[in-house]
Design a protein around this ligand. Structure first.
Ligand SMILES: Cc1cc2nc3c(=O)[nH]c(=O)nc-3n(C[C@H](O)[C@H](O)[C@H](O)COP(=O)(O)O)c2cc1C
Ligand code: SF4
Length: 395
């Protein structure tokens, strides 16, 4: 059972299920878009090596798919034995800089890209996916047994390759989150209806994965505090989900929000990068449509520093396992507020894209925060050869 550790300052070490972290700062998953062929590239290794060299304790490799049908990009890691040597190389590079590395694994379910997976996406229930422009087929019992086994197998490949921790993606409207959410899960079998049924997939995935990696290996789960729209998962249910995941042996939870196929900016807040998103469209009519209607299709949500702090406190009060708080953490003051509120670890996503050396510079007292705006243009860059901050030189 994970034990609760008292919080300290951002630059004190922390032990997560036996893994020593040099401080409290985590780089959460920010999809890199750097893995053509589903394999680790030199660019991905360099990206995480730079984050590690900047002082972060744990860097998270984003959005690796547990199976071919769980992908939305051709440039994401597909976890299979051929991917293991690249993962080992990446882990070695991060370790040499004194940091640890986690691999986020998931299945994107109903918003899988039909062109990438070569078929119809699978989800909790039948619906039309405006994201992939295709009808979603409801997952069968056999599909779900395969998903559970694929999560476990992928985690084991990561562990054996020398990756220090695995993060199960249970949030953001990915497959497991599509089962948790009453909006996308309309099933009437043992996988739908009550919260117990809707959380069955999360629980079974965690259980099988824990069995596959054994005790003493850090298994984090990224979960939604809220989906961010009427009819989605709400805080009272997500608190209950957190309790179940703690009881099933999660090492820590990463608290987030939002639903990629409905409220993509909810998890980020800030500006909608319409111009850059439109430039990425292959077809001219999509480019014009997005330019004209982008802010209607992707509504902006106001950004405040530490935007999940208050909702996160409800989970903090309900569980004892370590929690990673993220969401607009970009200054020493907000990091201290989060640690002071009882969160053991903090996630800094865009702040570290903007300046990977931020932890070192903050520790030395050179800066007290990041100059990330947030314009969210880095989101559009994922489709343009690899994630990067478009304003990095202005740090
Ligand atoms: C460019 C970009 C890509 C992202 N990709 C992922 C992802 O692959 N998986 C994930 O769980 N979250 C992803 N996120 C969300 C971040 O992990 C984090 O939850 C969010 O950015 C809020 O934290 P921040 O305010 O510190 O940036 C992404 C965010 C950004 C900016
Ligand atoms: S592009 Fe740079 S400044 Fe803009 S949100 Fe992303 S990290 Fe921040």
């Amino acid at each position: 059972m994970p034990s609760y550790s008292p919080v300290g300052s951002a630059f004190t070490p922390f032990t997560l299920e036996g893994l020593r972290l040099r401080n409290r700062i985590v780089k959460p998953a920010t999809f890199e878009g750097m893995c053509p062929g589903g394999l680790v590239s030199d660019a991905l290794v360099a990206h995480h090596r730079e984050v590690a060299a900047g002082g972060t304790a744990l860097t998270t490799v984003a959005y690796a798919s547990i199976s071919p049908d769980g992908r939305s990009y051709p440039t994401q890691i597909l976890v299979r034995p051929e991917a293991a040597p690249g993962l080992s190389r990446l882990a070695d590079a991060v370790h040499r800089e004194g940091a640890a590395v986690a691999l986020q694994i998931g299945h994107c379910g109903d918003f899988a890209n039909p062109r990438v997976i070569g078929g119809r996406p699978m989800g909790a229930s039948r619906r039309f996916s405006t994201y992939g422009l295709s009808f979603v087929r409801p997952a069968t019992e056999e599909d779900l047994a395969r998903v559970v086994a694929d999560f476990a197998r992928a985690a084991r490949i990561a562990r054996d390759a020398g990756i220090d921790a695995v993060e199960l993606h249970f949030g953001h409207g990915y497959l497991v989150s599509q089962f948790l959410s009453p909006f996308t899960n309309r099933r009437t079998d043992r996988w739908g209806g009550s919260l117990e049924n809707r959380s069955r997939l999360a629980v079974e995935v965690l259980r099988a994965t824990r069995t596959a990696v054994g005790p003493g290996f850090p298994l984090l789960a990224k979960v939604n505090l809220r989906d961010g729209f009427a009819g989605g998962l709400e805080l009272d249910e997500s608190v209950e989900v957190a309790r179940r995941l703690e009881a099933e042996g999660a090492s820590a939870l990463v608290l987030s929000c939002g639903f990629v196929s409905r409220t993509p900016l909810h998890m980020l807040r800030g500006e909608v990068p319409v111009r850059r998103m439109a430039a990425n469209q292959e077809r001219w009519h999509a480019r014009i449509g997005l330019t004209l209607f982008g802010t209607l299709l992707v509504p902006a949500v106001p950004y405040t520093e530490g935007f999940l702090l208050e909702e996160g406190k409800a989970v903090r009060a309900a569980v004892r396992l370590p929690l990673v708080l993220l969401g607009g953490l970009k200054s020493m003051a907000t990091v201290d507020r989060a640690l002071g509120a009882g969160f053991e670890l903090v996630g800094m996503g865009r702040a570290l894209l903007h300046d990977p050396s931020l932890p070192r510079r903050m520790e030395r007292g050179e800066v007290d925060g990041s100059a990330c705006v947030p314009c969210n243009e880095c989101i559009a860059e994922m489709d343009r050869g690899g994630v990067r901050c478009t304003r990095r030189d202005g740090r």
